[in-house]
Ligand binder design. Structure first.
Ligand SMILES: [Zn+2]
Length: 152
């Protein structure tokens, strides 16, 4: 099946097998390998394995970077701020009640969401052949500057 794949260096049309995005993202959100759904995606809390222990799929190509904490902050922030305002308007509790409620709830919900969001993002990159997941991608590393090379 021919697939048009957007990558970080442009759109490449090539003969790559289509990878269903949503099943892969759901597997990643469950901390499972996006390819087989059996092997564990992480070793530890957030460290992505180099290869799937079940099917051997290379997983080290991911570039999740700051996206998982960004999305976690956006989601948790919207939910917690909405709850804080709703509770304040409805009950007018003393300040210490707010601190007691929202501090731990923010911490727990952030830690609970960070891992599934990172897994889903790694799986999304895998499903779209982004970065090194594309077998035809140029080698990773610094890109040589043609202007700099012309001077040499
Ligand atoms: Zn696997």
């Amino acid at each position: 099946m021919t697939q048009s794949t957007p990558t970080s260096y442009g759109t490449v049309t090539e003969d790559l097998p289509a990878r269903p995005i949503w099943p892969a993202v759901l597997r990643g959100a469950k901390a499972k390998c996006p390819a087989c759904g059996i092997g564990s995606l992480f070793e530890g809390y957030l460290t992505v394995r180099d290869h799937c222990p079940a099917c051997g799929e290379a997983l080290h190509h991911h570039r999740a970077d700051d996206a998982p904490p960004y999305f976690t902050i956006v989601i948790v922030g919207h939910v917690i701020v909405s709850l804080v305002l709703s509770v304040e308007v409805a009950f007018h509790p003393p300040f210490w009640v707010h601190g007691l409620l929202w501090g731990p709830l923010t911490l727990i919900s952030s830690l609970a969401l960070l891992r599934p969001i990172k897994g889903a993002l790694v799986a999304y990159q895998w499903a779209l052949y982004m970065h090194g997941f594309d077998p035809n991608a140029p080698p990773e590393g610094p890109v040589p500057d043609p202007a700099l090379e012309a001077r040499q």
